[in-house]
Ligand binder design. Structure first.
Ligand code: FCB
Length: 429
């Protein structure tokens, strides 16, 4: 097998999120962790995290030196707007410098406005379902685009809206810890309106800056396959969560309406045409079968697809699923795709080299088949605070000594650097 070549202009780099790396943030997540330490595996918190807020210059220089030509990070809403309507100019100046540092190190910035966390004042007022969440989010987006928009093309409004609604409002594992289908649906409707409002703000203000912004959510696609493909019951049980989790938000964006069963087809101003590309977060696939004991999960049991190797997080490693997702989503949405996250939890960096090769090979394959894939952002640069998993799941290309904050490149960081330098994907395993 000869190596596959990725296009010259293809974006290659890493993705991060403020709360997971920065430290020093007061938001709904930091309050939740302080109040529910038992909700976090291993009991960690993000009070200091990996101190990236203070170390971003050296951190980004290191990624640039490893030939990354793109970097995704998120702006922390709670820093930028600590009180409703009060925008912190120092926080905005910080993020403007993060963007400049990316550019100085020859990395295209990909900027996320909301990556799971909320300012405390908004979560206390109802979070995503608060009536004024869309207008508040649009104002915050406008402040960010005023500050950064002359230097940024690629925007992500909301990271994984469906995931944040389900984990926080249906499964109760994340703040605000609810287990309510009614609240989940309200959060989903709010997230859709928030995205539409922010997308309008980004496009309008970028135009004033003379830039054509690229706007998307980061859509989490977890392919759900019937555990027994020959079983009509498993097939039927897989269909509903597959639509709700993998398609509902996207199709609503494309049609510009709150589709059922979450809404009644109400038109949302600014929603149709709000996606100019598709940000895709892809990690794994899952097998689904009937579970009469799980009404809250729509009678579906989710497990790793039998027969596939597992990551340290217990997620099936399935590069073929990424290839199929690229095909299906490109057909479904007709948009260019930027892979905004793909990665593996791997305690000893044993699985990661093959994971990277196989997944990038799947991407090269999709490009050869004519699918418009613009880039691949590995999750993540540094081992970090993995939400309810604390520090127990290690996705990073670098490990971090949390006493000294020293960053240490794992072997796969060198492999990825070589791929970024040569734009060649070594033969798949
Ligand atoms: C994604 C999240 C990201 C990270 C990875 C492992 O769903 O967007 O913040 O936690 O999973």
């Amino acid at each position: 097998m000869t190596p596959r070549r990725l296009p010259e202009e293809f974006l290659l780099g890493c993705a991060t999120a403020a709360h997971q790396v920065e430290g020093g943030i007061d938001n709904d997540w930091s309050r939740w962790v302080a109040d529910h330490p038992e909700a976090i595996s291993g009991g960690g918190d993000a009070v200091i995290a990996i101190d990236h807020y203070n170390r971003y210059r050296e951190d980004l220089e290191q990624l640039g030196a490893m030939h990354h030509n793109a970097h995704r990070f998120s702006v922390e809403w709670a820093r930028v707007e600590p009180e409703p309507g009060t925008f912190d100019q120092q926080a905005l100046a910080h993020y403007a410098d993060v963007v400049r540092t990316c550019r100085r190190n020859r990395m295209e910035p990909v900027v996320t406005l909301q990556h799971f966390t909320l300012p405390v004042w908004l979560s206390e007022a109802g979070g995503f379902a608060a009536t004024d969440a869309p207008i508040r989010f649009a104002r915050y987006a406008a402040a960010c685009v005023e500050a950064l928009g002359d230097m940024v093309t690629w925007w992500v409004t909301i990271n994984e809206p469906t995931v944040v609604a389900v984990l926080g409002h249906l499964e109760g594992l994340w703040p605000p810890g609810e287990r309510s289908l009614r609240r989940t649906l309200a959060a989903l409707r709010g997230l859709l309106r928030m995205h539409a409002a922010a997308a309008q703000a980004i496009t309008t203000i970028s135009n004033h800056h003379g830039r054509r912004a690229q706007v998307s959510i980061a859509h989490h696609e977890r392919r759900l396959v019937p555990r027994n493909p020959a079983s009509p019951v498993d097939r039927a049980v897989a269909k509903v969560p597959d639509f709700l989790f993998n398609r509902w938000f996207l199709r609503s964006c494309i049609e510009g309406r709150v589709l059922g069963p979450v809404g009644h087809g109400e038109v949302v101003p600014g929603l149709a045409g709000s996606l100019t590309y598709l940000g895709l977060n892809h990690y794994t696939s899952e097998a689904v079968s009937l579970d009469l004991g799980a009404p809250g999960m729509l009678f579906a049991r989710h497990e790793a697809v039998p027969g596939l190797p597992l990551s340290s997080a217990g997620w099936a490693i399935d590069a073929g699923a990424l290839r199929r997702a690229l095909t299906d989503l490109s057909e479904e949405c007709g948009l260019p795709i930027l892979i905004t996250e793909n990665g593996v939890a791997d305690d000893h960096d044993e699985l990661r080299p093959a994971y990277l090769r196989d997944h990038l090979d799947a991407v090269a394959d999709a490009i050869d088949a004519g699918i418009d894939v613009r880039g691949y952002l590995y999750w993540t640069a540094w081992d970090n605070f993995e939400w309810a998993e604390g520090y127990t799941k290690r996705f990073g290309l670098f490990s971090v000594d949390r006493e000294t904050q020293e960053r240490m490149a794992k072997p796969s960081a060198a492999l990825f650097a070589e791929i970024c330098r040569t734009r060649e994907v070594p033969a798949a395993t």
